[in-house]
Design a protein around this ligand. Sequence first.
Ligand code: SF4
Length: 340
Amino acid sequence: MESLFGKTLAELQQLTAELDFPRYTAGQIAAWLYAKRVDSVEGMTNLSKHSRSLLSSRYEIGVQIPQKVQVSADGTKKYLFGTGNGKFIETAMIPENDRITVCVSSQVGCKMGCLFCMTGKQGFQGQLTAGEIVNQIRSIDESGSISNIVFMGMGEPFDNLEEVMKSIEILTAPWGYAMSPRRITVSTIGIIPGMVAFLEKSEAHLAVSLHSPFDEERKNLMPVQAAYPINDVIREIRSRDFSHQRRVSFEYIVFKGLNDSYRHVRELSRLLNGLNCRVNLIRFHPIPDTPLLGSDENTVQEFKDKLNSKGILTTIRASRGQDIYAACGLLSTKELVKNS
Ligand code: SF4
């Protein structure tokens, strides 16, 4: 049966027109689905009995509870949702002072093959619908108190552009969750057409995985560099206005002996010179079957200081949830292996 959850107001309007319901019922259904978190069509009590019975003969709500939850010693939680056919996606909940950040997945697995990523090693297993993306916000224990959402879980969001944009619409629209887009960050490896569409149609923040400013090196880490070189990605970003509240940041995993030298500091500061942005340095925790190692703490600190001294605002991202496989894709890979 088709799900109602994950439909936009326009889709609900089309659906109610097809069922010959009064036009205003679309808004009522959206309110039940998103603001009032109804569990069944029967619970939509301001719809007539006839409407409810017709609606439930064709549609279900379609929310799903997580199949597994792991809690880290630092309070980070990892939720595992089934997507049918024995596949899984992960959602991380990261509490931080008075903030609760949720990291959502946008695809099952991923085609992009980044060398440092467990999700990439799983390969691509399917797209998530807008409903499956928003369900990761709706169906976790902390659902009512989420302050920020980051699209940094499994998958490349701009390789599933339509459903990701729909999910952002549901999260930010007044008829949906009415969140400010400034509380949402979408992270990409730099799929330029998708990034441009996102920048034009949404007001959410952008994060770009950079990891190396040098062409050959980045290509080895991230095959996407061959199709969309980082220079082109940054040129596109420079052509837009980030001087107001919208933010652009760059993610940089610091690998030992690979991208942590002064040569990298110099090239990074040349690449980002004058751009209103922030660089987030990320410590790498080894994953199975990769030769990559994380840089030591001193090197990461020095790298940060050198970039800051060149005028590039740089911070180090705190590592969270290491004891529960917080690295992208690790938990779901473990589940896949167990079930195969
Ligand atoms: S880092 Fe992101 S884009 Fe690259 S393989 Fe992993 S999930 Fe895909």
